[in-house]
Design a protein around this ligand. Structure first.
Ligand code: HEC
Length: 302
């Protein structure tokens, strides 16, 4: 290193002078002080001398042509035993964005004088924070769709939007649907005629039309009480069968007008005693019939 320095003696004269080095091979203590402040790098025949404190290049040149190298005296260290000076001026980066707390910061890019330390760089200042405009909403949650309205639309409610704090966006809260009117209850009816009265003393009818149109349900009256009147089981053929055997005739209208008997205008009770009398003489009544049935029939016979 001292040999190298000896070679640099001429080009580094100001540096040597600063450290009081007359001959680097002799003034070893002074060289030690110099080497504490500078770093010498030899790489591929190029010698570079750096200021250890600032990293700045003091000298750079080819070993083969040291005289042609470049010397930067402004980058020399302050000298042996000189305490580093306090930085007096600074260059700064641009101010960062104003933070929600109302401050912004920058960083020190460089300080001067070279090799200085400390000082009072101002890297923080007050500013007025302007919150960024809210983002447009892109995600949504909704209620379920409401019932389809008569205008063929249905709606839902926006429950939440994202991202948090967003505004606007295009939430879809209405859509087309097909309205189906609710069924109406029938309020009036037309009916068939009442059917005959049944042995249960009821009779029924059926609904022919209902209104209003498209209605369902309602309370049509299709059944009512009635008085069942059993039909007389006796027929003309029964009379002929029961009576003609003795009276020799074939029609009930004549059976009583023949053979000397002419009978008209009797009531059912009068006929009842006659029929009972004929039964006593040997007349037999048709199965499932009674003397009263015969009497009722004969009272109404033409
Ligand atoms: C077994 C034979 C016999 C049969 C069957 C018979 N009759 Fe006579 N009927 C007689 C005789 C006999 C008389 C006349 C005697 C009398 O007046 O009591 C008579 C008389 C009558 C008379 C006239 C007397 C009166 O009561 O007004 C009538 C009416 C008559 N029959 C109706 C009927 C009818 C109706 C039937 C059928 C349900 C019938 N008979 C069946 C034998 C019969």
């Amino acid at each position: 290193m001292q040999t190298l320095l000896a070679q640099l003696k001429v080009v580094l004269a100001p540096l040597f002078e600063l450290y009081g080095i007359t001959d680097p091979l002799i003034d070893k203590a002074a060289v030690r002080l110099l080497l504490a402040d500078v770093r010498i790098v030899k790489d591929d025949g190029i010698v570079t001398i750096y200021n250890r404190s600032t990293g700045a290049v003091i000298f750079k040149g080819s070993l083969r042509n040291l005289a042609g190298g470049s010397f930067y005296p402004e980058n020399m260290p302050p000298g042996p035993g000189t305490p580093p000076s306090t930085c007096a001026s600074f260059t700064y980066s641009t101010w960062g964005a104003c933070q929600p707390g109302g401050t912004q910061t920058c960083t020190v890019l460089s300080s001067s004088p070279a090799g200085c330390t400390g000082g009072s760089p101002v890297t923080t200042q007050a500013c007025t924070y302007v919150p960024p405009p809210p983002a447009t909403c892109t995600g949504f949650t909704f209620s379920t769709w409401g019932a389809c309205q008569p205008d063929n639309t249905q709606n839902r409610t926006l429950l939440s939007s994202s991202p948090t704090g967003c505004t606007g966006g295009s939430p879809i809260t209405a859509q087309a649907c097909t309205y189906v009117p609710p069924p109406t209850t029938c309020s009036s009816f037309t009916y068939s005629a009442w059917a005959s009265c049944q042995p249960s003393n009821t009779q029924t009818r059926s609904v022919v039309t209902s209104s209003p149109t498209g209605c369902t349900g309602g309370a049509p009256v299709t059944s009512q009480a009635c008085t069942y009147v059993a039909s007389n089981p006796v027929t003309n053929a029964n009379i002929v069968s029961s009576c003609t055997g003795c009276h020799g005739l074939t029609s009930n209208t004549t059976v009583f007008k023949s053979g000397g008997y002419t009978v008209t205008g009797r009531s059912a009770s009068q006929w009842l005693s006659t029929v009972n009398s004929m039964v006593n003489k040997g007349s037999s009544l048709a199965a499932g019939t009674t003397a009263q049935n015969y009497a009722d029939y004969l009272a109404n016979a033409p």
